[in-house]
Design a protein around this ligand. Sequence first.
Ligand code: BTN
Length: 329
Amino acid sequence: MQPLQLLALLAPGEPVSGAALAAQAGVTRAAIWKQVEALRARGVPVEARGRAGYCLPWPVQMLDATRIRAALPSPWVRSLGMLEVHGELDSTSSELQRRLATAADLSMVLAESQTAGRGRRGRSWLSPPGLNLYLSCLKRFEPGFAALGGLSLAIGVMVLRALDELGVAGAGLKWPNDVLAAASHGGRGKLAGILVELSGEYQGPCAAIIGVGLNLRLTPALLRQAGQPACDLASLTAGAPPDRNRVGAALVAALAHGLCQFEREGFAAFVADYARHDLLRGQTLQVSGALGKFEGMGAGVDARGALQVRMSDGGLRRIDSADVTVRRT
Ligand code: BTN
């Protein structure tokens, strides 16, 4: 028996006795107990309710490619390449990387859990099963990297458009593309992370593998393990995040639509939306990067997606890559 099989049996959110679980799975109660421990070790808060048995604190909708497709607006179903849901992968982005030669444009891979989820700057991305979303999308671009200025910022906008479609408000963008929202500790935390990996030519065909991790439910233990301030959709929706397959469909549709729009119109089509959600504009920023360390005021992004920082002498600096923190006043 695998931990995901047990997760599926507990998914309705009602307590089930160890004996009933063992009978349903055709294994011993000891095997059930082992898988309960395995799920807990991966961050899933399986509760023991005495004689009533084991229970999840909330119902979980297991990811299902058929349900995701059914929830997609029909024009986007036709434009998609493959849409696959895996139980467990090392990383959805690594899976697309391995299949890069043959995968069709706008192919999407989701996984219930990742064993080696990757974040930006060599960080890992916590990927417990049943709680969050891990999705990667392949988009091919004929003109090469040269035409992709602002792509990673545009993807932040696409994630916010998906949240808007789901009726979830309260998230914003921290340059270049962190999706942040109010966190339980009082500040802001990461609601979604975006990893864009490019391969191919500068002025010829190239491919972007776009990985999005979106937190739906983080337990206190996962929040501690995250290694950075984080938050989840549950906290933005009074504890009742939308159905996971609906969230998956909203993300798939926003990426399919947004990436085609980016291909036609570039970052220009996203500048206004980015500005509406820009959490750094008007904030005192501490910037550390290739230009050294300095302070200034966030002044939006330019047409290529570079961060603009107003200096105390009135001059404007444009930054393509740096660590930016907001100075607390
Ligand atoms: C970040 O560090 O902010 C980016 C996190 C990106 C995580 C996602 S989850 C789906 C895809 N697969 C991965 O291994 N990483 C990305």
